[in-house]
Ligand binder design. Structure first.
Ligand code: FUB
Length: 618
């Protein structure tokens, strides 16, 4: 891998330098594709605890087919800087598999993360669906069953999983056929036999020129519910693929084909979608062949922010190199893992002897870009956890470009080994306000140093730019099915879309050591939805919860999801479902509800969790 990364990185570094010098130091490098250190494919985002965890495949360098041996995990809280968590799962985890770590998706339920994967079964000599489990979103994961979870015929690939508001979980998968099962509560078994979805042209569009495949459905399904409507987003085609979708008022169809989301673009003949809502916005993940050396077997995951049309349909989304905007500044006064990057040139990552990952194989001219770093009134010094088996090098701290303003320079000496770590502290001057930070590495030839983490120190605290209210969706919550949005243009009962800017919490925070509530209010006419996240800020896990509040005006809850919401007069109580009853210390649970109102509708003034007052996130 080194030679490939080295050669394109060197070219890219040169090219980027020219662009920066020719345009302006403030010109940001593209942030799509998300990962530059390896080729990644088949994105599967999961929102958990105000963070997006991104599960991907890994196209091996030099592949001439889908040569994929492991899955990778990345995470981001701001949608621009992504932290590399390495490869916590490989096809080798499944003793019954012979290879092919193809497309996957992970989901959270009852304190565990279930990762549904495609691997080739030794016994069947064809792909099958396996499931791994962990108590952490970043693993380690183990095989939950010791055998395939589902197997029907050739083409058992690309699992997608969703837990409905009534707690029923569904697993869809397949190419060329589309299958589903209703998973049991344990998430590792299912009721009955796999059901084959009728691939009708009404449901999945009309394909021409291929007598074996009448519809546009190709592979890579992504199943979820939004506002009472079930969506199946999928790779459509044939080859080269594009991204299209179908909808249904029911989780198992019948489906109605709704059209193209993302036309064929990007230099990879597959594209594999994943869709989430995070922090009040919607995002489409996909892969393309846009990294240097990229193509159909050297793919890279990218993401676009988008807004659903008012009727719930998708807009046309095109691939960009800019990617989505940041949703919150990065605090440099807390430890930042060095493998947290918006963009990088030349570097790679590896497992660190200190746990997690570190950045490695750093050569002269390589750099890491960290976007939207909030230095506040100023940093005085910089700490870096470094190691070097050679004579080291220098970490230049630059603002807004790899040759931008130099605010610090940190000479790192040899430490006696690539995993022999020491903390180096260097002075910093002129780092104030919010900037893109570039860690640029200079020195002699060969590898210079490794870096595990860094942080700034000083009197300046990160600018108190408030993080917007977060609607954690695990899985994506949806409006109640009692008022389904119809799948066709004849829909009449669709609630009006929430106002573009949801009304944020307005109440004064109430101090509490036990819980914090984020209440995101979307309202229109006489209707409203509220998305509520309850965080357990105590040191102990909560098993079973009940959140109480009082409405101030004339509000009436009509439907709820991910909780049972009961109202008596102005008093309201939301109680957990079976599957989200437990909230670990530091963890959270999210639920939502729909209602009607007259007069004023505002965020309730106070909440109590199991009788304890909660603070309210601003
Ligand atoms: O990554 C291998 C295969 O390529 C996936 O299973 C398909 O969805 C396509 O992306």
């Amino acid at each position: 891998m080194f030679s490939r990364i080295r050669s394109w990185a060197a070219l890219l570094a040169g090219a980027c330098m020219l662009v920066v010098m020719a345009v302006s130091p403030a010109t940001s490098h593209a942030d799509n594709p998300i990962v530059q250190t390896i080729y990644t494919a088949d994105p599967a985002p999961l929102v958990y605890n105000n963070t997006v965890y991104l599960y991907t495949g890994h196209d091996e360098d030099g592949s001439t087919y889908f040569t994929m041996n492991e899955w990778r995990v990345y995470s981001s809280a701001d949608m621009v800087n992504w932290t590399d968590h390495g490869a916590p799962l490989s096809w080798k985890t499944f003793s019954w598999a012979t290879g092919d770590a193809w497309a996957s998706q992970a989901i959270y339920r009852n304190g565990k993360f279930y990762w549904y994967v495609t691997v080739t079964s030794k016994a069947l000599n064809r792909p099958a669906i396996g499931v791994a489990v962990s108590t952490s979103p970043t693993g380690p994961f183990t095989d939950a069953l010791g055998k395939p979870l589902a197997s029907t015929s050739w083409g058992d690939i690309d699992p997608t999983v969703f837990i409905d508001t009534d707690g029923q979980a569904y697993l869809y998968w397949g190419n060329p056929n589309l299958w589903y099962v209703k998973l049991n509560q344990d998430m590792i078994s299912y009721q009955g036999s796999p059901v084959q979805v009728p691939l009708t042209t009404a449901g999945f569009g009309t394909r021409t020129g291929n007598p074996d495949r009448a519809t546009l459905y190709e592979e890579g399904p992504w199943f979820y519910k939004r506002n009472g409507l079930y969506y199946l987003v999928f790779a459509a085609g044939g080859i080269p693929e594009y991204i299209a979708y179908s909808t249904s008022p029911n989780p198992t169809g019948p489906w109605t084909y709704r059209g193209v989301i993302m036309p064929t673009q990007g230099g990879s003949f597959t594209n594999h979608p994943g869709v989430i809502d995070f922090n009040g916005s919607s995002y489409l993940f996909y892969h393309n062949g846009k990294l240097p050396g990229g193509g159909g077997y050297a793919r890279s995951v990218a993401v676009e922010k988008f807004t659903y049309n008012a009727d719930g349909s998708f807009p046309t989304i095109n691939m960009t190199t800019a990617g989505p905007p940041s949703i919150a500044p990065l605090n440099p006064y807390a430890v930042v893992q060095a493998e947290t990057m918006a963009w990088s040139v030349g570097v790679e990552t590896e497992a660190s002897s200190e746990g997690g990952m570190n950045v490695a194989n750093i050569e002269n001219g390589d750099y890491i870009k960290v976007k939207g770093v909030s230095f506040g009134s100023g940093a005085a010094s910089f700490d870096a956890r470094v190691a070097s088996a050679t004579s080291g090098g220098t970490i230049e701290l630059r603002l807004d470009g790899p040759t931008g303003t130099l605010v610090g320079s940190c000479a790192v000496q040899g430490t006696g080994g690539w995993q022999t770590w020491t903390t180096k502290t260097c002075p910093v001057s002129g780092a104030t306000g919010t900037h893109d930070l570039y860690l640029r590495f200079t020195g002699g030839s060969g590898f210079l140093l490794n870096i595990n983490w860094w942080r700034f120190n000083g009197s300046g605290t990160a600018t108190a730019t408030p993080v917007p209210p977060t609607a954690t969706r695990t899985p994506t919550p949806a409006l109640p099915s009692a008022t389904p949005a119809g799948p066709t243009a004849t829909r009449t009962a669709t609630p009006a879309a929430p106002t573009a800017t949801p009304a944020g919490p307005t109440s004064t925070p109430v101090a509490s050591a036990g819980c914090q509530v984020t209440y995101v209010l979307n309202q229109w006419g006489t209707g409203f939805t509220a998305e509520v996240t309850v965080k357990n800020t105590s040191a102990s896990a909560i098993s079973g919860w009940s959140l109480a509040w009082a409405f101030g005006g004339n509000q009436q809850v009509t439907n709820a999801w991910n909780a049972t919401v009961a109202q008596t007069g102005a008093s309201v109580t939301a109680s957990n479902m079976g599957y989200n009853a437990s909230i670990p210390a530091g963890g959270s649970a999210s639920f939502g509800f729909q209602g009607s109102y007259s007069g004023t509708n505002s965020v309730p003034a106070s909440f109590s969790l199991n009788g304890t007052a909660c603070s309210i996130a601003q």
